[in-house]
Write a protein that binds this ligand. Structure first.
Ligand SMILES: [Zn+2]
Length: 343
């Protein structure tokens, strides 16, 4: 298997999360991707390559042009404003009953293009965001050239990002960009099987009215867990997309035996759809030892998960999403990829 990776993600550093009445280092930190790359190197897992360059027209196949411009311009605009600080971050959002969303003020723009406050910007963010998208697009190109499996070691992650909103540590939706690229390359149907602990709200929203992409997500019940406002079982898709979105909300404490039942059902739905290829947004935050979440998946279970998914026999692009146990994310990722490669 080929892993696509780059060092640019390290520029997206110094990110802060609220910790009670203090600010602390964000759980979405460069050490995550460093650890995954180190585990792949140490275990001699396949070959490594750098991403190709892509024009912004690739990003606007999914994202609104004004949103991509915002991502590019936010840091310099923040620096030139009175709002200077270590992280550019929104604090005012477009709530119900508010009318205008076209402010020129950078604090207003941050609120306009964010659905939460977890996705700050620092000086190197755009370079990291762009390279992360290019990693996923390069992974899609590998499949387009005939590779059976490829791994896009993306950071920052992408599955919470919508057409024109960032949130949940996500800015460009790497999974959606790769999926669209596969379709643009001639595929007729692509399935997305999201196994991150959190619902892939961005990916669902992007493809919600389409029948050429089946979106499936297994995740913690959103009535209890982020992103709270989407990811329920009664979201089948709309218009032409009706019947092409499936959610499996799972309770806190879900361990492999329960998870495997939902996964088997999801896999049978993928098989029924008969896609040309599969994209798997891989979150390692279902791990029992993840400090931020509430599932009980163990390291060896990720091998089972990869093996089950590989049983579909589809060309598969794995895209790194969440996972916040810095110590274990590398081993857990390789455990999954090893299961995938067993087939
Ligand atoms: Zn997650």
């Amino acid at each position: 298997m080929i892993t696509v990776h780059a060092d640019d993600h390290k520029l997206h550093c110094g990110l802060l999360d609220p910790r009670g009445d203090q600010w602390g280092p964000s759980a979405e930190c460069p050490e995550r991707a460093n650890n995954v790359l180190q585990a792949i190197r140490e275990q001699n897992f396949g070959t490594l390559m750098e991403p190709k360059h892509f024009e912004e027209s690739k990003y606007t196949r999914i994202h609104a042009p004004d949103y991509v411009r915002f991502l590019q311009d936010v840091w310099p605009a923040w620096q030139q404003s009175d709002e200077k600080g270590a992280n550019a971050r929104p604090d005012t959002f477009v709530g119900a009953g508010m009318r205008r969303a076209d402010t020129e003020c950078i604090a207003g723009k941050l609120g306009r293009y964010s659905f939460d406050s977890t996705s700050p910007f620092v000086e190197g963010s755009w370079q990291a965001i762009r390279t992360s998208a290019n990693i996923a697009l390069t992974g899609a190109d590998l499949l387009r050239s005939g590779a059976l499996h490829a791994f896009a070691l993306c950071r920052p992650p992408g599955h919470h990002a919508t057409v024109d909103y960032c949130g949940g540590y996500c800015y460009l939706n790497n999974t959606a960009l790769a999926t669209q690229s596969l379709l643009d390359g001639g595929a007729k149907k692509i399935a997305v099987l999201d196994v991150d602990y959190h619902h892939g709200n961005g990916t669902q929203t992007i493809f919600y009215e389409r029948n050429d992409v089946l979106t499936i997500s297994l995740h913690a019940d959103p009535s209890l867990e982020y992103p709270f406002f989407l990811g329920y079982a009664d979201e089948p898709g709309e218009a032409a997309g009706h019947g092409f979105n499936i959610n499996y909300p799972l309770p806190f404490g879900t361990h492999w035996e329960q998870y495997a039942v939902a996964l088997a059902d999801a896999i049978s739905e993928v098989r029924r759809f008969e896609p040309d290829a599969l994209v798997v947004p891989l979150g390692l935050d279902t791990f029992a030892g993840d400090p931020t979440t509430n599932f009980g998946i163990e390291t060896e279970d990720f091998t089972r998960m990869g093996r089950e998914i590989a049983s579909l026999g589809l060309q598969t692009l794995v895209v790194l999403e969440g996972g916040y146990s810095v110590e274990h994310i590398g081993n857990n990722t390789v455990s999954f990829l090893a299961g995938l490669e067993e087939q």
